[in-house]
Design a protein around this ligand. Structure first.
Ligand code: S3P
Length: 444
């Protein structure tokens, strides 16, 4: 199948209701927690994407039985000591930073050497952010020169609890340390800059020994050794990071309206909603409820008259971290004035250097930017017309570069065409992305 998609026309006006697949962060966490539970856990609406399949394959390799079909996934956990470690085994996190980093915290008790590998994009990403705190527990690592993958971990049976200050606002880093703390006698204490709280919420729901004190900018987390995890039956809510593409598409379409059902609106994930509202885009949460500790709602949005620029407050950075690219390429490009986003060096640490990609793509679109290592100013143009061939390729197959570009292409008509390569990249997080686009573009 051709890997390039060619788009020349703006999407037609729509008024629809859609369902988005399960949340990626929650799906991976469910797989990992269930693999350590004592008994059988069942999930519905688990995201079936390459990142989650990589998590399933890793736990299978560690000796855990998994049954996966279209309706459900069952994981036959064998308790906290159920993993079978083999000398020099290798575990493949593929494209998933969340899997690679969280897993290291979980296998910290292996006295056998384990090699962690990943694909070309993950191998370039920074693992020091987790190996540094984990080594304080008494674990040894052999790292690649660039601090990426492959790396070798040799755990220990006599782990010491740690005190750590997590300053990046990285939920992966925080969660990796929580998992390591769950395997360690004594109290591990983390002062963590605010970030998505799914791991803590699952721990609380499972009544694991974890305490959280929420401060204004930080959370103080205390975790002790976990003896037993009960099986977790979980109906995974939909992913706001996937919904984000359609919020942006609606914002740039004419007279359109969209209802997205059953979305996880964890307060540390809804930065995009605050940003859109500040830019004058209406977003309403309907039917708000709590599911196993997570906030859920149906999201209703519609096309605004015009879009205001934003000086984005930095306290929204972590809660919109996966959404900035689509925000830059769509609403900020179309806003009536200059938008400014700062303190965002983390964006260049993702599946591809996204701040750099935003700059490149906006330039191709004819949108002026001023970019530094950690900030971007976008000179929005409400009357933007594109009339030149735009080619998006060689972006390390970053799924969000592909999807954000498709949304920009459907929002800014271009008779010469957008040629967006590596369609398969969506398989990591949102395999039916293009199917939903087709549905929105059809009369039915
Ligand atoms: C994630 C945390 C974020 C996010 C990623 C998923 C998670 O990464 O970008 O897509 O599930 O914990 P960081 O922890 O690096 O900010």
């Amino acid at each position: 199948m051709s890997q390039v998609i060619i788009l020349k026309k703006k999407i037609k006006k729509f008024n629809k209701e859609i369902n988005i697949p399960g949340d990626k962060s929650l799906s991976i966490r469910w797989v990992l927690f269930s693999s350590l539970a004592s008994g059988i856990s069942t999930s519905k609406n688990l995201l079936i994407s390459e990142d989650v399949l990589a998590a399933i394959n890793v736990v299978k390799k560690l000796g855990i039985k998994v049954i996966l079909n279209k309706k459900f996934c069952k994981i036959y956990g064998k308790g906290m000591s159920g993993y079978q470690y083999k000398e020099n085994m290798s575990l493949n996190a593929k494209n998933s930073g969340t899997l690679g980093r969280l897993l290291l915290g979980l296998i910290i008790n292996s006295t056998k050497k384990i090699k962690l590998i990943g694909d070309a994009s993950l191998s370039k990403r920074d693992f020091k952010r987790v190996t540094y705190p984990l080594s304080k527990f008494g674990v040894t690592f052999k790292m690649s020169k660039n601090n990426g993958l492959p790396l070798i971990i040799k755990g220990s049976k006599s782990l010491k609890p740690i005190k750590y200050i997590e300053k990046k606002g990285s939920a992966q880093c925080k969660s990796s340390i929580i998992f390591a703390g769950m395997r360690t006698d004594g109290k591990t204490i983390i002062k963590a800059k605010k970030s998505r709280s799914h791991t803590e919420i699952l721990c609380k729901y499972l009544r694991l020994p974890l305490k959280v004190k929420n401060k204004k900018r930080f959370d103080l987390i205390e975790v002790s050794k976990v003896k037993k995890i009960n099986p977790i039956n979980y109906d995974v809510p939909s992913d706001i990071s996937s919904a984000a593409f359609f919020l942006a598409l609606t914002a740039l379409s004419n007279n359109s309206k969209l209802l997205i059902k059953n979305v996880n609106i964890n307060p540390n994930r809804i930065g995009i909603v605050s940003i859109f509202r500040k830019m004058g885009i209406k977003i309403n949460f309907r039917n708000k409820r709590i599911y196993k500790g997570e906030k859920i709602a149906d999201i209703l949005t519609s096309s605004p008259e015009n879009i205001k620029p934003i000086n984005c407050p930095i306290n929204l950075n972590s809660s919109a971290i996966d959404e900035f690219l689509v925000i830059f390429l769509t609403v900020a490009a179309k806003a009536d004035g200059v938008s400014y986003f700062k303190n965002l060096s983390e964006l260049n640490q993702k599946e591809s250097p996204r701040l750099k990609w935003a700059e490149k793509i906006l330039k191709m679109m004819g949108v002026k930017t001023i970019v530094t290592n950690d900030s971007i100013k976008i000179f929005g143009n409400p009357n933007l017309k594109i009339n030149k061939k735009i080619v998006i390729k060689n972006y390390l197959k970053d799924h969000r570069v592909f999807m954000a570009s498709v949304i920009a292409a459907l929002s800014f008509e271009n008779k010469k065409g957008w040629y967006i390569y590596d369609k398969d990249s969506i398989k990591t997080s949102f395999p039916n992305f293009l199917t939903i686009i087709k549905r929105l573009n059809s009369e039915k």
